[in-house]
Structure formats: structure tokens, C-alpha cells
Ligand binder design. Structure first.
Ligand code: SF4
Length: 372
């Protein structure tokens, strides 16, 4: 059966332009390729390269059942021409006994003259992201955004046992949804003063718990989730929090964003990018997504496609603070932003703030707008 290599290349090696191209896209000489793959001898007894001998042996096997075929002698079959036709043997193909008369399957590999096969598709990434990221780092270097002082990693009691600190991280993440960091931090302070362990939350009645966390967003729903989560942690996880994203998202009120952040903060494991509303908004504004996304979960998946993994932890902290101080949800301060000349969304949401030529943008990092 003859198959075009572009669709059905089954062997890990194929010959192109006198060299062997591996699946990983590298090229080697036929000699070195077959040496490494099959531990074959570097040359046959007659000194010809192994690839030629292999082709001959296959030809011989195919020709055996046909009496009219002329016996194959060494030297009858020349090495395959790289730009015409090369017969390659799939690794899994086994040679049937000659007596059965069955023809073995072979692949025909064809190349157009001088046309190289597509070896690798490059991964998409935003054209200017490194410069934009460097600007954001510059604007965030003072670390004075609310998230720097009151983020979930700051709301735990450092004197508590490790499993209690992990629980408090999870609670602060649950409270922080749709809530400003200042409000979450105040609620956590009251909760810790009352007692913030799994057992404490289970023993506290809903009304008291509501009073302690008020006015976080959706506080009634969060009271319910806190109670249900605490019971589940007590019964299934021995009072600790799960150490996997899969376990965490099973908890009531815990989604992927919280799970990835909890893994990073509580377990010191980076499992994904924590994408909240700030990260979602700014990634779209900066053009960091191949296509615009509709929600944070879509944004997380799209970012993880191209953003180097070593930046996954930092990116949440960087963009959240940047979103609290400069790239605000409504009327972002583009005139103060170092990215104003390389951001596709610059001044599109706040045209009135466009600076005059040669003005403010270099002082962006000195401006600390009220995040509220
Ligand atoms: S230029 Fe404006 S929209 Fe773009 S990142 Fe800066 S503040 Fe945000």
C-alpha cells in the first residue's frame, strides 16, 4: 500500500534529502539514525550503508512468493534516491512467513523536488508580551497595591499549625470572590479572632458566621459554603484541605481559580494560573489571548497555552495589583501606564485621558490611585 508521508508517516524515521528526519524534527544521516534506533552494524559486509541493505532485504521478502521475480543479489538494489521514492517499514510491521505468500505492507514515501515536509508548527504567543510584562513589573516594583498587603497569603495566622493556616488560606480565598481585598482582610481578622479552624466554623451558627464575615460579597451564600466545606473537610480530609486541584474543586464554592491559588499559597505547588477578574480583563486588553475570551476560566486555559510555566505564579500577583492601581476596570489610567504605546486597548476605554505629547507616561509607577 502506498501512502503519502504527509498523512500517514508511521515510522519514527524517514529519509529526506539524503538525511534522516526524526519525529522531533532533527536530521541525521541514515547511518547514525539506524545505528541509534536498531543497534545495527554501521555497514554491511560489502561496505554499503545499512539503509541500502535494509531496503534490499525488504524487496527480497516481498519478491519471494513470486516465482518470476529475479533473485536479488547484493548491489542489485541501489540506495533509495532521496527525492524520488523511499520505502519505509513501519516499526510494528512484522514479516509473515514466506510460505504464506502474503505480501507485507509497505509505505511509499514521496517528496516533491526540493519541498521539505512541514516539521514543526510554532506555538502562538503575543508579539509584544515580554516588553509589556517588563513594563508591568516596573510599575509593580513598589509592591504597594492592596493585594500586596491584604491578599489571601496575608490573611493566615502565622502562629497556627500548618493545616489551620491552609484552611485559613482557603477561607480567605472563598471570601475574596466579588469582594475587595480590604473587606476580605477585615472579615478574616474578625473570623480569626473568633476562631478560624474547621471545628470552629462547624460549631458557629450561621447567624454569627454571617455577622463575622459581613459585608463580603454574597455573604449569605458564603456562610452556607463555609459550613458545608468545613463539614466535608472534617469528614473526608481529616480537618486539612485537599492537596490537589481535583479535590479542591469538589468543595462547595471552590472553583478552578481558587483551587490553583490555594495550591500555590497553601501547598506551594503551581498547578495553573489563578485568573480572577483583573487577570481576565488585562490579558484581553493587552492582546495576550489569541482570541478574546468570555470568562476567567477561558482566559486561564488560553494563557496556559503560551505563557512559560515559570511565570504562572508571578502573573497573578503582578496583574491583580496592576489592575487595582493602573489598569482599572472602568477608566484605566492609560496616560499613566508604561504600556500605553504597546497596548492595543490603550485609550480605547478612556480616550479623555490620552496624554499630550511627551507628558506623563514615564511617571506611571509613581502614581497610586485609590483602588476603590
Ligand atoms: S494602556 Fe491602558 S488599557 Fe493598556 S494596559 Fe495600560 S492601563 Fe491598561
Amino acid at each position: 500500500m502506498y501512502v503519502c508521508i504527509y498523512k500517514h508517516m508511521a515510522s519514527p524515521y524517514f529519509v529526506y534529502g539524503g538525511s534522516v528526519v526524526t519525529r522531533s524534527g532533527g536530521r541525521r544521516t541514515p547511518l547514525s539514525a539506524f545505528q541509534s534506533k536498531g543497534n545495527q552494524k554501521p555497514s554491511n559486509v560489502d561496505g554499503r550503508p545499512p539503509v541500502a541493505v535494509k531496503a534490499e532485504e525488504e524487496e527480497a521478502a516481498v519478491s519471494q512468493p513470486e516465482p518470476s521475480a529475479a533473485p536479488l543479489l547484493p548491489g542489485d538494489c541501489p540506495p533509495p534516491h532521496p527525492q524520488t521514492v523511499v520505502r519505509a517499514k513501519p516499526e510494528t510491521d512484522t514479516l509473515p512467513p514466506a510460505s504464506t505468500g502474503r505480501r507485507r505492507r509497505q509505505l511509499k514515501v514521496e517528496y516533491e523536488n526540493d519541498e521539505a515536509p512541514p516539521l514543526k508548527t510554532e506555538r502562538w504567543e503575543p508579539p509584544d508580551w515580554r516588553r509589556q510584562l517588563a513594563h508591568i513589573r516596573e510599575m509593580r516594583k513598589s509592591r504597594d497595591a492592596p493585594v500586596d498587603k491584604m491578599g489571601a497569603d496575608k490573611c493566615q495566622d502565622p502562629e497556627s499549625p500548618a493545616h489551620v493556616r491552609r484552611f485559613q488560606v482557603l477561607v480567605s480565598l472563598m471570601l475574596s470572590s466579588q469582594t475587595k481585598d480590604q473587606v476580605t482582610a477585615a472579615a478574616m481578622q474578625k473570623l480569626r479572632a473568633h476562631g478560624c479552624t474547621v471545628g470552629d466554623v462547624i460549631r458557629t451558627d450561621d447567624e454569627t458566621l454571617g455577622r463575622l464575615i459581613y459585608p463580603v460579597g454574597f455573604w449569605r451564600t458564603k456562610v452556607k459554603y463555609l459550613k458545608q466545606t468545613s463539614v466535608m473537610l472534617q469528614q473526608e480530609f481529616g480537618g486539612d484541605i485537599p492537596d490537589s486541584v481535583e479535590g479542591l474543586v469538589r468543595l462547595p464554592g471552590v472553583g478552578p481559580k481558587m483551587a490553583h491559588l490555594a495550591m500555590a499559597i497553601a501547598w506551594d505547588q503551581v498547578t495553573g494560573i489563578g485568573v480572577d477578574t483583573h487577570v481576565h480583563r488585562i490579558a484581553n486588553r493587552l492582546g495576550w489571548l489569541e482570541k478574546a475570551t468570555k470568562n476567567p476560566e477561558e482566559t486561564r486555559k488560553a494563557l496556559e497555552e503560551w505563557l512559560p510555566r515559570e511565570l504562572w505564579r508571578e502573573i497573578n500577583w503582578l496583574l491583580v495589583g496592576f489592575g487595582q492601581q493602573v489598569c482599572l476596570p472602568v477608566s484605566p489610567l492609560c496616560s499613566m501606564c508604561l504600556n500605553q504605546h504597546c497596548c492595543p486597548a490603550a485609550f480605547k476605554t478612556s480616550p479623555a485621558k490620552k496624554p499630550k505629547a511627551g507628558s506623563l507616561h514615564s511617571t506611571a509607577h509613581k502614581v497610586k490611585p485609590d483602588p476603590d
